[in-house]
Design a protein around this ligand. Structure first.
Ligand code: ADP
Ligand SMILES: Nc1ncnc2c1ncn2[C@H]1C[C@H](O)[C@@H](COP(=O)(O)O)O1
Length: 222
């Protein structure tokens, strides 16, 4: 019996992985997709035409980057819908607005006009009854120090050159954001409680918790 059947996870489930930069979303996306035989939906960092420019000049590029991410995530959403689910998604669309756009607006690196334009587009596209929300959002959390170590270890040059205060601000905002998030069910995982890199078996207790959550939320939907 495969792991998906063993834990009774529906084959059309859509699970999104959320959390701050470097916390381990892509790694978890791969581990869960392999274990469940699901497709993946990744953020493409290397081919993003704005990301390097954005890190070099937030004020100049924050609006362009948000529009780009929104378009990319919406295309991915369409692909997931066309396949009929069975996906693990690396980062949720909700973080673009709830974390990044909001943070840049509030810190003064996105103008109010740009922020209003962006949020009205986001709301028209996403916050509608026609937009399918994921079955589960897995929120990865960890200490700022552990996350900074991971950002350093991964070594993306644009992130190394960014002041620690940026990651600190983001880390705080994530905590506040997840405590108020209600668009879909949330499973919180602390990065010290599993290690899918060194120990492949550590995915099974996570599958068990996912199964429990999805079954409970399906009961609530009835
Ligand atoms: N469970 C883990 N144990 C140890 N290192 C990890 C773990 N998960 C991720 N990492 C490492 O942390 C870094 C960031 O992980 P990544 O999955 O790219 O994060 P994200 O997608 O959230 O930005 C990478 O170098 C990755 O190898
Ligand atoms: N919406 C976003 N605005 C600004 N920057 C973003 C957004 N979404 C992702 N990013 C950045 C953060 C990282 O440098 C890369 C990839 O994110 P990761 O958390 O490592 O998957 O893109």
């Amino acid at each position: 019996m495969n792991l998906r059947s063993k834990y009774g996870i529906p084959q059309d489930a859509v699970i999104t992985i959320a959390g701050t930069v470097g916390v381990g979303k892509s790694t978890m996306t791969n581990a869960l997709a392999n274990a469940l035989g699901f497709r993946t939906s990744f953020e493409k960092v290397d081919t993003n035409p704005y990301l390097d420019k954005f890190y070099a000049d937030f004020e100049r590029w924050s609006f362009h980057l948000q529009i780009y991410f929104l378009a990319e995530r919406f295309k991915e959403q369409k692909r997931i819908f066309e396949y009929g689910g069975g996906f693990i998604q690396d980062r949720s669309i909700y973080e673009d607005t709830g974390i990044f756009a909001k943070m840049h607006f509030e810190k003064g690196t996105m103008s109010m006009v740009d922020y209003d334009t962006y949020t009205s587009l986001f709301d028209a596209m996403v916050m509608t009854p026609y937009f399918p929300h994921p079955d589960l959002l897995i929120y990865l959390e960890g200490s700022l120090d552990d996350i900074l170590d991971r950002i350093k270890e991964r070594g993306r040059p644009m992130e190394q050159q960014t002041p620690v205060s940026y990651w600190e601000e983001m880390h705080q905002r994530y905590e506040e954001w997840i405590n108020n998030f209600s668009a879909c069910p949330v499973l919180r995982l602390n990065i010290n409680d599993y290690d899918v890199v060194q120990n492949e078996q550590s995915i099974e207790p996570i599958l068990e918790r996912i199964s429990h959550f999805i079954q409970q939320s399906q009961l609530l939907k009835r």
